[in-house]
Structures are given as structure tokens and as C-alpha cells.
Design a protein around this ligand. Structure first.
Ligand code: MD3
Ligand code: FE
Length: 208
């Protein structure tokens, strides 16, 4: 069904509470140095409600004038992105089935009321590499469609500790986050909750 044949795998509760807590500590220490920025849509400059930062050699950014892209420096501080926590290399190795390590970790923070419109991830030159996602904190209503702009969608709840692997055709499916459910987790510390952090691990470059 949905899983396996499309390449979409939801690993429910893959990370236990201790692993989630350790990952949050590693993430927030890095966000201290590489603060969340407010992404803006290409051309319109409309601000997204999700706030973002990145870890790893490359990070995904967007603004009015230059649009969606990967770059090595934080758009506000101009500093290189922090390195990836070791736990994320380990997770990638355990679940991705891909021989090379991730080059980018996009960190999305959703406050109450934040959402992410339906879109297709297509800014990576590494079109065939999988994407691995980790959910931390409050639960979210996630909606997955197919490869085309129209057609049916399926809603799923992503809870803290869930890991999603997108390999194969599902890598090109449209998807988005309709809402979070504030107050459904106590994982994140004060200042970050109510809220949800999603990490996506990616290959960006095609390689040789
Ligand atoms: C399905 N993030 O950063 S993660 C994104 O919860 C993004 O923050 C969402 O969509 C979030 O681009 C969803 C799970 C996910 C990630 C990539 C996918 C699902 C996907 C790519 C193709 C299909
Ligand atoms: Fe996406």
C-alpha cells in the first residue's frame, strides 16, 4: 500500500524519549549559534509562518529576490551552518539505505498556527537520494499527495519521535503540514513550546 511501493516509510516512534531529549539538546545548542530566520517566498516576499535554520555543509534558504536555493552560509549572520549532530549521521545510516552521508539538515520550527503549504521538494540536484525526517515536540497534521499538483491526499499525524523516510517515487510527492496540535508534547523546553521541530536530512549535490 502507501508504504513500500511508493517509497514512503513512516517509522512510528523510532526514537525513544531519551533519544529525542538528547537530540533536542544537540539541536538547540546549535540553534543558539545559528538562529532561526523567517523565510520569504520568491517574488512576492510573503513570509512563511515556519521559521528555519540548517546544519551541515549546505542549507536551504529562500527570499524574495533570490528564491529557493542551497547555500553554505546563514542568510542573516553570514556564518557557516553548524555541523550535524552525530546522532543524525547515525540515524541516516540506519534508515536511509544511501551510501553517502547527508549534506543538509533543514530545521523547521512550527509555533502554534504555523503551517507549511503543499509543495514538492525539488531544489536538490541529488534527485534520487532519499530524504529522512524527524519530528520532535507537538504533533502535526501532515498531508501527503501524489506526484501531480491535483489528485487525492492522505492525512497522517506525525508525533514526536516519528521518523519518515522518502525514497523512490514518494520523494517527488507533494506534501505539507496543515497544522500542529499545541500542547500535545512536553519534550521541548520553555520558549520552544508549544511548538514542533522537524528535521529533514538530505543529499543536495549530485556528486561525481
Ligand atoms: C514527502 N517538511 O522541509 S517532513 C520540508 O514536517 C517539509 O516540516 C515537513 O516538507 C515538516 O520540505 C514534512 C516529512 C517529509 C519530508 C520530505 C518529503 C515528507 C515528504 C518529500 C517528499 C514527500
Ligand atoms: Fe517538503
Amino acid at each position: 500500500m502507501l508504504q513500500s511501493e511508493t517509497g514512503f516509510r513512516l517509522l512510528k516512534g523510532h526514537l525513544d524519549r531519551a533519544a529525542q531529549a538528547a537530540l533536542v539538546e544537540a539541536v538547540l545548542a546549535r540553534v543558539d549559534r545559528s538562529p532561526l530566520f523567517t523565510p520569504a517566498m520568491p517574488r512576492t516576499g510573503r513570509k512563511m509562518s515556519v521559521r528555519m535554520t540548517n546544519f551541515g555543509p549546505l542549507g536551504w534558504v529562500t527570499d524574495k529576490d533570490r528564491g529557493y536555493r542551497y547555500q553554505a552560509a546563514h542568510p542573516v549572520t553570514g556564518e557557516a551552518w553548524p555541523n550535524l549532530p552525530q546522532a543524525l549521521f547515525d540515524l541516516w545510516e540506519a534508515v536511509s539505505g544511501w551510501p553517502d552521508p547527508p549534506e543538509a539538515c533543514l530545521v523547521n520550527w512550527y509555533g502554534p498556527g504555523a503551517r507549511l503549504g503543499q509543495h514538492i521538494d525539488a531544489d536538490e540536484d541529488a534527485k534520487f537520494a532519499p530524504v529522512v525526517s524527524v519530528s520532535l515536540g507537538d504533533s502535526a497534521k501532515f498531508r501527503l499527495g501524489g506526484p501531480t499538483p491535483k489528485g487525492p491526499t492522505t492525512s497522517l499525524t506525525l508525533d514526536s519521535g516519528d521518523v519518515v523516510v522518502l525514497a523512490g517515487p514518494a520523494r517527488r510527492f507533494r506534501h505539507g503540514v496543515d497544522r500542529i496540535y499545541p500542547g500535545t508534547s512536553t519534550l521541548l523546553p520553555p520558549g520552544w513550546r508549544p511548538g514542533r521541530i522537524n528535521l529533514t536530512l538530505r543529499r543536495v549535490t549530485k556528486g561525481q
